[in-house]
Design a protein around this ligand. Structure first.
Ligand code: ME8
Length: 525
């Protein structure tokens, strides 16, 4: 229903120690498709993304490059992270940097409130820290190093040695929230999704939580602890707060009240921070917990989690330069069940581009428009009496619209696209069976030809509306060719089948041009 309900969606804020790869772009696209869908449904949508700029990881990278951490962050944000959003057509409403004043000031406000409420104390931290994860590690998180790290304990994720910390720090009384968190997970089973991530987190919290060290004293790249400026706030404690500092916490109560709580889309690596530490922080501050934390799966390359440090990183524009941003968005949202791991391969991308986008959708649209141009001089014919196959197409339009919307509300993006694609396939089958080119040969079939092409035009218009969140570029070209009213991205998506078009069609440029690929590796030539 277009009830104008509020939909606030976020991605993680990404570390600026390096440039983005397709894993980051994957999260951005998923959140973007959901945001565009809700916006098009008339929901009061707010989509936030941004960058995580404090902490030792950034400090060390900047130092190694001979610049200050702020200079480094500015450089990476301007040259890499902001441009990424353009490369893949991200429609974010806001971009927060943890070095923004609105963020730093209100991190301090939040921390002071927790301190005043008695949730923070000083203590001695002794244990291991992985700068790659920016996380304190339990012994069970470590494995024996190999090669140059033989004989040392290394982080299981980064395969690099952890550092032994012994510092006097401030601690957050997280252990007090174990039961309240378990109650939350039980009362709201959707709070953490998918199920596999939820199960892992529930059993982690059942083992009991320890208090969390939330400040560091040995370096100064971070937000200063307001009552003790010799400490900076632990980078995760600082970073998680972006979701409320961007929404107005501490300086715009009205915006904050209308936006918060959010749906957080994150990779499963960081679901625990979002579903344990973050709600505990919010509970301590007397604020609402997030609506949902969704931990999606890994993009795998050659069977391994794709990552820059393991040199399997692929830059998003390596794909978009050849296939375009729509194909990037479509491929990752369609080929991978959202929530599960999925392997990227150039062969699969090329094959789907050709079969589904170029032959399936693109050809359908261009054939229908070409036939209206050829047989009716570009004037969209009226429908006469509907036969069963015509009615079946109309029924499919209504059915897939509802089914796709239901799938989106479960964040099952792949399923929403698969539903809509039933209409692509049925329309292709319909045209093959109805043979408008044969009908056109006999003037006695003029009305029937009109009904068939009217049905087909209505169908591709419905597709334009439904696919606009995934394929914003192609659907907007198609909408222009259909002389649809306004922008396709403004068409109410929950009644996509009721779209209002013009009376004529105009020329349509190829939506998914042919791409030559090399036969040996499937990659673009
Ligand atoms: O963790 N497959 O930032 P980060 C899928 N700054 N997604 C991937 C991926 C892959 N192979 N690799 C990365 C941080 N991602 C913190 C977050 S939030 C308050 C702070 C995506 O730059 C995925 O979304 O290391 C993952 O969670 C995120 O990048 C990690 O980004």
């Amino acid at each position: 229903m277009s009830d104008g309900s509020s939909f606030y969606i976020t991605t993680p804020i990404f570390y600026v120690n390096d440039v983005p790869h397709i894993g980051h772009a994957y999260t951005e696209v998923a959140a973007d498709v959901l945001a565009r869908w809700h916006r098009q449904a008339g929901d009061d949508t707010w989509f936030l993304t941004g960058t995580d700029e404090h902490g030792q990881k950034i400090l060390r990278t900047a130092t190694a490059n001979g610049v200050t951490p702020k200079e480094w962050a500015d450089r990476l944000v301007e040259s890499a992270w902001q441009p990424l959003l353009k490369t893949i057509d991200i429609s974010n409403d806001d971009f927060i940097r943890t070095t923004d004043e609105r963020h730093e000031v209100n991190v301090q406000l939040f921390l002071q409130r927790l301190f005043d409420a008695g949730y923070i104390y000083t203590g001695e931290y002794e244990g291991y820290y992985c700068v790659g994860c920016e996380e304190y590690k339990a012994d069970s998180d470590l494995v024996d190093g190999t090669g140059e790290y033989e004989g040392q304990k290394v982080c299981a994720i980064h395969s690099k040695p952890v550092e032994l910390l012994k510092e006097r720090n401030y601690f957050f009384k997280m252990s007090e929230f174990s039961q309240r968190l378990l109650d939350l997970y039980e009362e709201n089973p959707n709070f953490i999704q998918p199920e596999s991530v939820r199960n892992e987190i529930v059993s982690f919290v059942r083992r009991g939580l320890t208090d969390l060290s939330i400040s560091r004293q040995t370096f100064d790249w971070g937000v200063k602890v307001p009552w003790d400026e010799s400490h900076v706030v632990y980078v995760w404690f600082d970073a998680l707060l972006n979701y409320i500092t961007a929404a107005g916490y501490g300086y715009d109560d009205e915006a904050f009240a209308s936006r918060w709580p959010a749906t957080h889309i994150v990779g499963k690596d960081i679901a625990r921070f979002h579903a344990v530490i973050w709600p505990a922080m919010l509970m301590a501050a007397g604020l609402e917990v997030p609506k949902q934390v969704f931990g999606h799966g890994w993009l795998l390359v050659g069977g391994e989690k794709m990552s820059k440090s393991k040199l399997t990183g692929i830059a998003p524009n390596q794909i978009t330069d050849t296939f375009g941003s729509d194909a990037f968005r479509y491929y990752f949202m369609r080929a991978i069940n959202f929530g599960q791991d999925g392997s990227f391969s150039w062969e699969d991308l090329s094959a789907r581009y050709q079969a589904e986008l170029a032959n399936g959708f693109g050809n359908l649209a261009s054939r229908v428009i070409a036939m209206v141009t050829r047989y009716f001089d570009g004037v969209i014919p009226d429908a006469g009496v509907l036969d069963a196959p015509d009615q079946a197409i109309r029924d499919t339009e209504v059915r897939v619209t509802a089914a796709a919307d239901a799938a989106i509300s479960r964040l099952a993006i792949h399923e929403a696209i698969a539903q809509v694609w039933q209409l692509v396939d049925e329309l292709n089958g319909y045209i093959t069976l109805q043979e408008p080119w044969a009908l056109s040969k006999d003037p006695a079939n003029r009305e029937r030809l009109g009904t068939v092409l009217n049905t087909a035009v209505r169908g591709i218009g419905t597709l334009a509306v439904l696919l606009s969140p995934v394929l914003p570029v192609a659907t907007s070209k198609l909408w222009t060719a259909l002389n649809g009213a306004g922008a396709v991205s403004d068409q109410p998506i929950r009644s996509a089948f009721d779209w209002a078009g013009g009376t004529t069609v105009s020329a349509l440029e190829p939506l998914f041009p042919r791409i030559e690929t090399s036969e040996t590796d499937g990659s673009a030539a």
